[in-house]
Design a protein around this ligand. Structure first.
Ligand SMILES: [Zn+2]
Ligand SMILES: [Zn+2]
Length: 386
């Protein structure tokens, strides 16, 4: 069955929800307005239960079918990013410095649309748990919900997620079994030397020079220390010293960056290599360097084989075809935590050609709403067929 006609009818309304969320973005766990709207709508739709405050500000709605049966989870994310929007759209963010630049407004709206349809039709046996999580962009909201017993408490036996992709044609689907999104580690490297007058560097330990050498030396971790068959990214993204003056050699410098990897052994070796390189490079300048991690790491997101097939079959039914060997992405995704706790799969839906995710000119493509909603419903009805 292709895109369901009901979603063509509902599109203007779902688009309004999406644009309202877009105009009022919230960050991390502080998604109180968004979560309030989600909970109120789920109650309006006639969900059998709506539970708030799971994983701090996460929401779960339960929709029972016409007969008893298994329970599956359908998950969307609700949080925005600390970016100032530059789309110039009529529905642009009204909050300076906050923006839905990853399309989670669209994900939330599509899952709400699917929940409305499923609550109206109930053409399945068992229970659909619609899961709306906070803090995907760095706060591990999925892990917070799992720690709050999301899976056990509702007896969720399979869980699915969907993310839009500007790299795919509008409404096209792509998926792969196994490792799909990279593990994410966030690095903080503190370099300490001995500050002093820039005119007399011989009386100092030049922290800026040592930190610069560390940035360069870190480039060898991937190119010289890592198995070329194993994907790995090490990026240094920030370099800050504790002086702004032209004539002062600073005491301290902070570097920030990220590691992206697809298996534990490569990740652990990279961390050990980074630690060795920064400590010994700093020491060669008479400085010290320490390695810290200041965000919760995201594990590799691994799609389960059988559920990947189920997700792909539902996508084929809706869109006619599905790319089932999508390339791995070095982006991270905290749905990884849910897939470690429960069998499931994550699929990409094309946003069509647009600015990239996390870009100030990115916008979710409302035209794909009927396709995304239809996939959720198709998947739920297939997995809970009476
Ligand atoms: Zn994102
Ligand atoms: Zn995202």
């Amino acid at each position: 069955m292709p895109v369901r006609n009901r979603f063509a009818e509902l599109l203007p309304e779902i688009r309004e929800w999406r644009r309202d969320l877009h105009m009022n973005p919230e960050l991390g766990y502080d998604v109180h307005r968004t979560a309030g709207i989600v909970a109120a709508k789920l109650r309006d739709f006639g969900c059998d239960e709506v539970i708030e405050g799971i994983g701090r500000t996460g929401i779960v709605g339960l929709i029972h079918g016409r007969a008893p049966g298994r329970t599956i989870g359908l998950r969307a994310d609700m949080d925005a990013l600390p970016i100032t929007e530059a789309t110039g759209a009529d529905h642009a963010s009204t909050v300076p410095g906050k923006m839905h630049a990853c399309g989670h407004d669209g994900h939330t709206a599509m899952l709400l649309g699917a929940a409305r349809y499923l609550a109206e039709t109930r053409n399945f046996a068992g229970t659909v748990a619609v899961v709306f999580q906070p803090a995907e962009e760095g706060g591990a909201g999925a892990e917070a919900m799992v720690q709050d017993d999301l899976i056990g408490r509702f007896g969720i036996e399979e869980i699915y997620g969907m993310h839009n992709s500007p790299l795919l044609p509008a409404g096209a689907f792509a998926i792969r079994p196994g490792p799909f999104y990279a593990a994410v580690d966030s690095l903080r490297i503190e370099v300490r030397g001995k500050g002093g007058h820039a005119a007399r560097p011989n009386n100092t330990v030049d922290t800026t020079l040592a930190a610069s050498a560390i940035v360069m030396a870190l480039q060898s971790v991937v190119s010289r220390n890592t198995d070329p068959q194993q994907p790995l990214v090490v990026s240094v993204t920030a370099f800050r010293t504790d002086s702004d003056a032209f004539n002062v050699i600073p005491d301290a410098a902070t570097l920030r960056g990220t590691i992206r990897s697809f298996d534990d052994a490569t990740r652990e070796k990279a961390i050990a290599d980074i630690r060795r390189v920064i400590e010994l490079t700093a020491a060669s300048y008479g400085a010290t360097a320490t390695l810290e991690f200041d965000e919760v790491p995201y594990p590799v997101m691994v799609n389960h084989d059988a559920e990947t097939v189920h997700a792909a079959e539902a996508a084929r039914a809706v869109a006619g075809e599905v790319k089932s060997d999508a390339p791995r992405t070095t982006g991270g995704e905290d749905f990884a935590y849910m897939l470690r706790a429960c069998p499931g799969a994550y699929i990409q839906i094309g946003n069509g050609p647009s600015a990239g995710l996390h870009h100030p000119k990115y916008d979710f493509n409302d035209e794909i709403i009927p396709t995304g909603c239809s996939w959720w419903v198709e998947l739920a009805e297939r997995r809970l067929s009476a």
